[in-house]
Design a protein around this ligand. Structure first.
Ligand code: GLN
Length: 472
């Protein structure tokens, strides 16, 4: 048994001697082994146990960092010096990072223990973790179902108690959607809140890094640690970082916007009912429920897939066998070597996206697709700016369905893309969003609810999540 609800409780129990950090780390290592069928981890760092006694000592001497002893898993697209980083791709098989990403360094600086690197869709492209060179991670609630993606391993590892907290990345929903499928909290911060230095780029103007946890307290604590301006990422913002973890309790009554576009066709009726039930509870608790419209919502998926594939095709041009990573053995001249390396190294979905992205950027099509999509992105952003003039937070479903069966959508990319229907808008607009696990359906599968707030207003998301938890 873990024996604590959140990190604050864990530290208190370590201080009082009720929990030994060594036993706790061993508990996770053992569970990882016992649940290896879930395939959550690409790499496990068994030697992290060596830090347990040192950090426990620090905790007892009052000299420990904010995350002292928190056992954290990181998505295998985040660099950690001297450790492998594959992005779940054969093209980075055997690649060892030569530096550490800022977000992960900040965890380490606060005495967190990094236990391993989690499985994900190749280069974070996917919604089910099925596009991984390591094979799919399995949903701990039903191992015949997907975890969601792309941060599937990170979400499942937290849900199955294989770590305290994990980091994932969210370009179009990859934190919120797997959090919903696995029944835990997952927060995508504002674009620019957390440095992307050391995160392998997928779509640079969309990518964000954020935490998964079973408690809002842990989400808040990790968010406050990893946030902030970083000179190594010029898109990180110099906006003050609130002490999220100390401010999640509030008596405030929120103005909550319900966008009608998020409750239309395609939404599973059990999810719809569960969300309406939450809305009723919030109403009786004195919060104001306001119906709003985000009129350009129907264009979000198309816009997202045009812009992100364009960015990906450019970002992935660096994997060619010359600089690092995999190189095809048998090849003729330089061009052959590039072609062979990329043919062998990339999986199907990554290739599909490179081709789509190259197409939308090509001469003659640039104006029709890429430039037009940029304009629609602005319109989507304007919808949110308008909405946040009258509401604090927007409440929606996170996903149209619960976790689907492995293999169910893998041969139909368009259907797979539609599982991001409620999440991509936040990335297009650069705003924060969170998944809250609210209940389970009749088959015991988790149902999630999404909250979105204006840029840099993560605190409102955390506060309202806490309110919702208290109404359970
Ligand atoms: N599922 C979306 C995609 O395939 C989102 C991925 C992500 O957020 N990294 O692009």
């Amino acid at each position: 048994m873990k024996g604590y609800k959140n990190h604050f409780e864990k530290v208190e129990k370590i201080k009082s001697g009720e929990i030994s950090l060594r036993q706790n780390v061993n508990y996770f290592l053992k569970r990882i082994e016992e649940n290896s069928n879930l395939n959550c981890y690409n790499f496990v760092f068994n030697d992290c146990i060596e830090q347990a006694d040192i950090i426990e000592e620090k905790i007892k001497n009052g000299k420990a960092g904010k995350l002292a002893g928190m056992v954290i898993a990181i998505k295998d697209v985040l660099a950690l010096k001297d450790k492998p980083m594959t992005c779940s791709s054969n093209i980075l098989k055997n690649f060892i990072s030569i530096y550490t990403s800022t977000a992960v360094q900040k965890l380490i600086n606060e005495d967190a223990i990094i236990i391993g690197k989690t499985n994900c869709d190749e280069f974070a492209m996917g919604s089910s973790n099925e596009n991984s060179a390591f094979g799919p991670a399995l949903n701990p609630h039903d191992a015949t179902r997907v975890t969601g993606g792309s941060s599937g391993g990170s979400a499942a590892a937290v849900a199955a108690d294989l770590c305290d907290v994990s980091l994932g990345t969210d370009t179009g929903g990859s934190i919120r959607q797997p959090a919903a499928f696995c029944g835990i909290f997952g927060l995508k911060p504002t674009y620019g809140r957390v440095s992307r230095y050391g995160l392998t780029a997928f779509a640079s103007s969309f990518d964000t890094i954020g935490p998964f946890a079973k408690s809002i307290e842990d989400i808040a604590l990790v968010l406050e640690v990893i946030s902030g301006k970083d000179e190594k990422d010029s898109t990180s913002q110099d906006t003050p970082v609130p002490e999220f973890s100390k401010n999640i309790l509030t008596d405030k009554k929120f103005k909550i916007g319900i966008p009608k576009e998020y409750f239309g066709e395609g939404l599973d009726s059990e999810i719809k009912d569960a969300i309406n039930n939450q809305i009723e509870k919030l109403k009786s608790n004195g919060h104001q429920i306001i119906e709003i419209s985000l009129p350009h919502t129907e264009y979000a998926i198309a816009t997202y897939y045009i812009l992100t594939t364009a960015e990906a095709s450019s970002n992935l041009s660096r994997y060619e066998g010359a600089h690092y990573g995999y190189r095809a053995e048998q090849s003729g001249d330089l061009i052959d070597m590039y072609t062979e390396t990329r043919t062998q190294g990339f999986g199907k979905e990554v290739k599909r996206r490179i081709m789509l992205g190259t197409y939308v950027l090509s001469a003659g099509y640039y104006d029709a697709y890429y430039r037009k999509a940029q304009k629609v992105r602005r319109l989507l952003k304007n919808d949110f700016t308008e909405a946040f003039k009258s509401v604090d937070v927007i409440l929606t479903p996170t996903t149209p369905t619960v976790a689907f069966k492995i293999g169910e959508k893998s041969s139909n990319p368009l259907e797979m893309y539609l599982s991001d229907i409620y999440t991509t808008s936040a990335n297009l607009a650069g705003i924060p969003g969170i998944n809250i696990p609210i209940t389970k359906n009749k088959n015991g599968l988790p149902i999630g609810m999404q909250l979105m707030a204006n840029q840099f207003e993560e605190l409102k998301l955390l506060q309202l999540s806490k309110v919702i938890e208290s109404l359970k």
